[in-house]
Design a protein around this ligand. Structure first.
Ligand code: SF4
Ligand code: SF4
Length: 88
């Protein structure tokens, strides 16, 4: 099973809103420096674990909550980010 990300890029364009924010990824305007013009991650296979819903759940949360519950939490965050993205 994989999280059904639609590659909208809203999370990668709003990294300052993440609890995992790190200056290292910020190109200077809150957009991740690894996001391409096509909304793809140029380091996808080596992206940080907090950018990978499934790997994050498997490593840190599989004993705490179900994968489906974690997907729900992430879908909710995605929906909120998409709204912000449309306003910008
Ligand atoms: S906001 Fe959600 S759906 Fe959009 S790219 Fe990020 S993880 Fe995928
Ligand atoms: S590393 Fe990749 S997946 Fe993570 S925020 Fe940057 S562009 Fe998005």
């Amino acid at each position: 099973m994989k999280f059904d990300c639609d590659r909208c890029g809203a999370c990668c364009k709003n990294i300052r809103r993440s609890i995992f924010y790190t200056e290292e990824l910020d190109r200077g305007d809150g957009v991740c420096k690894h996001l391409t013009a096509e909304n793809l991650c140029e380091i996808y296979s080596a992206r940080p674990i907090f950018c990978n819903v499934d790997a994050y759940w498997e490593k840190f949360l599989s004993e705490e909550i179900s994968r489906e519950k974690f997907y729900e939490i992430n879908r909710d965050a995605c929906a909120r980010l998409k709204k912000i993205d449309r306003q910008d």
